[in-house]
Design a protein around this ligand. Structure first.
Ligand code: ARG
Length: 461
């Protein structure tokens, strides 16, 4: 059987394998809802300009309504012979309503139709993704607020650097996700432009009213160039790029959760419902969810490269290559959405082991910089104080003692300027409280950051 929607100029039917090879219906049927909405808007518009009779428009709308219900109910029969979601729905419409169904495709092409459908799909997906990201942000604020003055070692090179508060660390994550949300919103704005009306590539001679369809589909403007409208998939690339960055952010957080929930760090406990056990080692509780998200980052980054490579060197206008945009795009959307959802569920449920974090911050000479800064306030040039503290640390290492555990006499043997008030800066609490400039780790600053973040969230929602 040849495809009756375009079979006219063919003398033999499509090779059976080629039919399957070129079909997209198995994966583009997920745009059925968007395709039907696109057709509704197109039919109404054709009616409004007199290209279709009111009677035909009503039949089309009625038929599409029924088809939507069949798809919803799972009774719609998708056929690979009909290649894609667009021709499956159109053929079914014609089965139902006859000639009026055949008139629906007047003044449009699958090229502008698919370009419009994907944008509608991505627009819906972006809303769901952004909602999960914002849920995650709220969860982070909750976790940060509960841990405003919980002290942990801050790391550079994964070596103890300076003490920070756990609230501050969580607010660093919050900042990453905030930029991600901005990127999704920005991508949504640039993408919200309507290709419909570009037809195959050159526009259409019918007296269509693109403003009419734009308005009913909720696009902010109509695409200004028909060749560009049907061919570019940069909006899909952009979404994948933003998704890859977000997944990369999640993978960094996931890595920290994995490390911190190990017996060696022992900073946090993940709720049992986000972990699994081992079939052989009874003691194990594996942080599967963060590990899996860390792993899934790979496929999303891969999808970005797929789409870039798909688009590279394509001449104007539409090419069948573009059918390959959907699987990477859909998988990116699903993976990103589910990863954000898992994180949003997990983050506020993390149990923080304050004592263990504090204990860890006490090791590793986290307040060495504070001692150096103290000596600078006493008049030593910074490089000299760096040297003095370096000697004191070496001594501490030999003695197995932290700087705060050395006696005043021992400290003074490295520099006479040191006095009893040195112990104020050698404590972890003193150290974090002193970093009280905007953006710093002092609990007062973290509280201000959380307040500002909350205000920002309620303004943008
Ligand atoms: N299934 C096609 C796609 O996803 C629809 C557009 C087909 N257009 C064409 N001229 N063959 O891109």
């Amino acid at each position: 059987m040849s495809n009756k929607l375009w079979g006219g100029r063919f003398t033999e039917s499509t090779d059976e394998f080629v039919q399957k090879f070129t079909a997209s219906v198995s994966f583009d049927q997920r745009m059925a809802q968007q395709d039907i909405n696109c057709s509704r808007a197109h039919a109404r518009m054709l009616g409004s300009v007199g290209v279709l009779s009111t009677e035909d428009v009503n039949k089309i709308l009625q038929g599409l309504e029924e088809i939507a219900a069949e798809i919803e109910a799972g009774t719609f029969e998708w056929s690979v012979v009909l290649e894609d979601v667009h021709m499956n729905i159109e053929a079914r419409l014609t089965d139902k309503i006859g000639d009026a169904g055949k008139r629906l495709h007047t003044g449009r092409s699958r090229n502008d139709q698919v370009a419009t459908d994907i944008r509608l799909y991505v627009r819906d997906a972006l809303n769901l993704i952004t909602a999960q990201a914002v849920r995650l942000q709220h969860g982070m604020l909750e976790l940060a607020e509960r841990n405003i003055d919980v002290i942990m070692p801050g790391f550079t090179h994964l070596q103890t650097a300076q003490p920070v508060t756990f609230g501050h660390h969580v607010m660093a994550w919050f900042e990453m996700i905030s930029r991600d949300v901005d990127r999704f919103r920005d991508c949504g704005k640039r993408m919200n432009v309507m290709p419909l009306g570009a037809a195959a590539l050159a526009g259409t001679p019918y007296p269509i009213d693109r403003e009419h369809t734009r308005e009913s589909l909720g696009f902010t403007r109509i695409a200004a160039n028909s060749l560009d409208a049907v061919s570019d998939r940069d909006f899909a690339i952009e979404l994948c790029a933003a998704a890859a960055i977000t997944m990369t952010h999640l993978s960094r957080m996931a890595e920290e959760l994995v490390l911190w929930s190990s017996a060696q760090f022992d900073f946090i406990e993940l709720p049992d419902r986000f972990c699994t056990g081992s079939s052989i080692m009874p003691q194990k509780k594996n942080p599967d969810v963060p590990e899996l998200i860390r792993g899934k980052t790979g496929r999303v980054n891969g999808h970005l490269v797929s789409l870039l490579t798909l688009m590279k060197s394509q001449p104007l206008a539409y090419n069948k290559d573009n059918q390959e945009d959907k699987e990477p795009l859909f998988d990116t959307i699903d993976t990103l959405h589910d990863s954000l959802r898992a994180f949003a569920d997990m983050i506020p449920a993390i149990a923080v082991k304050k004592e263990s974090m504090l204990e860890s911050a006490r090791k590793g000479f986290a307040t060495a910089t504070d001692l150096a800064d103290y000596l600078v306030r006493r008049g030593l040039p910074f490089r000299d104080s760096h040297e003095v503290v370096g000697n004191a640390v070496r001594f501490g290492v030999e003695q197995g003692k932290d700087l705060s555990e050395l006696t005043l006499e021992q400290l003074q043997s490295f520099c006479k300027e040191i006095d009893t008030d040195v112990f104020d800066v050698l404590t972890l609490e003193g150290s974090v409280a002193s970093r009280d400039q905007p953006g710093g780790t002092a609990p007062r600053q973290v509280a201000l950051a959380i307040e500002a973040a909350r205000a920002g969230l309620s303004k943008s929602s």
